[in-house]
Design a protein around this ligand. Sequence first.
Ligand code: PSV
Ligand code: MN
Length: 388
Amino acid sequence: MIDRIDVKAALRQQWIETPSWAYGNSGTRFKVFAQEGVARNPYEKIADAAEVHRFTGVAPSVALHIPWDRVEDYEDLAKHAAGLGLQIGAINPNVFQENDYRLGSVCNPDPVVRRKATAHLVECVEVAGATGSKALSLWFADGTNYPGQDDIRARQDRLAEALAATYATMPSEMTMLLEYKFFEPSFYTMDVPDWGTSLVHCLALGDQAKVLVDTGHHAPGTNIEFIVAGLIRLARLGGFHFNSRFYADDDLMVGAADPFQLFRIMNEIVGAGALGPDSGVAFMLDQCHNIEPKIRAEIRSVMHVQEATAKALLVDREALALAQAAGDVLGANEVLIDAYNTDVRPLLAEVRTEMGLDPDPLSAYGRSGYHERIVAERVGGTQAGWGA
Ligand code: PSV
Ligand code: MN
């Protein structure tokens, strides 16, 4: 039997982090279409993230990317966030946008470049300290394009060394998240191409190092929920970068392309009791909105995650266990499909009303006039974007 009160309580406590870079301009290598009213600095990005939280009630933190979000005074930035009801979430170092990193950052054959990259990772541990963040989220563009270009094993050793040096500077309450990506921008080898490589490094580092699963970073057809289940079992699932993909790392809105996959992932999370904010699993969006309005797209994405979660919470786990134990293949599958086919929108509307929110976040945001206000106010200056 599903207890509706428990389901609603779990939905109220859900925590979905949005990324600062979703509020800046972005595009493909062909064109970046600038949008009116786009944030011009980290303060404005945080203000936009606060709107997403204001209308959904479940997005109370925002991830930063350094140096895209570099400021003079990080404590002041955190204060600004707190004033808007937000916390600073994961700090993402950027070691992929400088000429020095042509042959990689922490895996670069040149020790001078490796030292520079490692110093930036350590700087980001300090940024986390100053902003009250508890997570350092690492992604490396490192890899090679041609067979023979560099020594694959030596690059792994260099990676391990840089991670260990960074890990050693982290306070005990900080988590290191190590993200993997199977291709791009390197095409012959990526130095952290898969969950297995990430896990091997995390295991060598210690309990504070965990694997980050970016849903867009897998080959087509990969069973992501299987990876999730395995990492939970080992207490090494650090969190998610949610997005949708059609072909590659297209960073489209989570739940927009394959909502059933998102449900299957959330089903593993709920089944393992890993949903709550104290589970140690961070649920973050990693998206770029190239042609659609950014704040609305983030609100909609948060709602998609909520919908998948609500469906996962509605899985009749007793009936599922009975069907599984009885070897009832179709019966067990039907339990999942029943939950997936439930229209959870009325339930979520009820939850929002109980939280003092408008039951329809997108309409409420539209009526708030925020979009018109930022279009009118944010004139002049340089809009934020990759490299800004
Ligand atoms: C890389 O594709 C990635 O998923 C990493 O998380 C980066 O930090 C992020 O995208 C932003 O570009
Ligand atoms: Mn990512």
